[in-house]
Design a protein around this ligand. Structure first.
Ligand code: B12
Length: 317
């Protein structure tokens, strides 16, 4: 099953479980930004659908109608979708003055550079376009995280470090990314009430938000209910939340550690006090091997892809 990039009103109607005439009306009133085919038929690009869902606070009810399958049942659904996203990439390369480039070879680095440029320029519309194309090709959040966002922010970090990007560009880039992650969330089926719970956040002194937001999406995509506690949460407060909600997994995202000793002083009582039945999954750029050796946890993942595999395999049990 493939995720397409452009949808007919009928597909959108089925995905939202509303009538086709309602969708057509929204298209004609401009509530859903709509393209037309040469034959005059309405076509709704994924990025416009994302905007519509966000602005009207709606979610997808039947993902299969737009080619999104339930990831819990179908992990390897994405191989053939490059062809489908070809049009969108072709359009982007035309805009960038690079027509004719073979998207199958160049699309990853091409889309990355488009994303980097748009993020630095604060061009949210273009960022949405790139991210929706990326999602259409790869169809999972792990790839958005590991192959698009993380490398882009790495470059932005380097540009900042050598004075070629301003702090506001980096912060604005984070804000845009977080909003777009939220928009993508609307494409993911809501987990049932009986789905297991994953909870997590970053600890006091760690103000990074993007990875934490992505982790929540990875779990939701794998069928988990989630509670993100956000960034900068004291370990004692995390412990209270765990006590109250008893998650099956607690994720700890660690992107900044000021001092390993003081981190360990606060982490140790937290990890030792975890109730039986709550697994602690840790990850993040600041968890060096030497630090990890001194920590107690159930699992460590280097990437969102690994986390996704873990989340899917645990839900299967
Ligand atoms: C944005 C940013 C910030 C912002 C974040 C704002 C926000 N709203 O989130 C803020 C303002 C907080 C910030 C502050 C600082 N920053 Co900063 N920041 C960055 C930047 C540009 C991007 C980080 C990011 O969000 N990346 C996107 C995520 C998705 O990617 P990721 O973190 O690489 O995560 C991936 C994996 O690590 C993994 N992963 C991450 N977490 C987890 C968790 C789990 C459970 C799992 C499984 C996987 C996983 O999956 C992700 C996807 O692949 C990086 C550059 C870089 N190289 O990353 C610098 C960077 C990390 N920052 C840096 C510095 C120095 C700082 C400050 C110390 C600056 C200062 N002097 O104040 C402070 C410290 C802040 C603090 N106390 O928390 C340096 C660190 C250098 C070093 N030696 O470690 C970097 C590398 C920039 C640079 N080139 O110098 N920063």
């Amino acid at each position: 099953m493939n995720l397409e990039h452009n949808f007919s009103p009928k597909q959108v109607a089925q995905a939202l479980q509303v009538s086709e005439s309602s969708v057509k009306r929204w298209c004609d009133r401009g509530v859903i930004r709509t393209d037309r085919t040469y034959g005059g038929h309405r076509r709704i690009p994924l990025e416009h659908l994302m905007e519509f869902l966000e602005s009207t606070n709606r979610r997808i009810v039947d993902p299969s109608a737009i080619g999104l399958s339930d990831p819990r049942q179908d992990v390897s659904r994405l191989d053939d979708s490059r062809q489908i996203a070809r049009d969108a990439i072709e359009e982007l390369s035309l805009q960038a003055g690079r027509p004719g480039e073979d998207p199958s070879i160049a699309n990853a680095s091409f889309l990355q550079s488009q994303f980097e440029r748009a993020l630095l320029a604060g061009d949210e519309t273009q960022c949405r376009k790139v991210i929706s194309s990326w999602y259409a090709i790869h169809g999972n959040m792990a790839s958005v995280a590991d192959d698009l966002m993380a490398p882009t922010f790495r470059v932005i970090g380097q540009l900042w470090a050598c004075g070629r990007a301003d702090v506001y560009q980096e912060r604005r880039g984070c804000e845009i990314s977080i909003r777009l992650i939220h928009e993508l969330r609307r494409l993911i089926l809501d987990p049932g009430n009986d789905a297991p719970l994953a909870m997590g956040g970053t600890c006091e002194g760690d103000n990074y938000q993007v990875a934490n937001q992505l982790i929540e999406m990875i779990f939701r995509e794998a069928g988990w209910r989630t509670i993100s506690l956000g960034s900068g949460v004291p370990f004692s407060s995390m412990a209270s939340a765990i006590e109250k909600y008893r998650p099956k997994i607690f994720w700890l995202s660690v992107s900044h550690v000021e001092s390993e000793e003081s981190f360990l002083d606060r982490f140790e009582p937290f990890s030792q006090g975890l109730p039986q039945g709550t697994m602690l999954v840790v990850g993040g750029r600041s968890l060096s091997e030497s630090l990890r050796r001194r920590m107690q946890f159930s699992a460590h993942c280097d990437s969102m892809r690994q986390l996704s595999t873990l989340a899917r395999s645990l839900i299967a049990h």
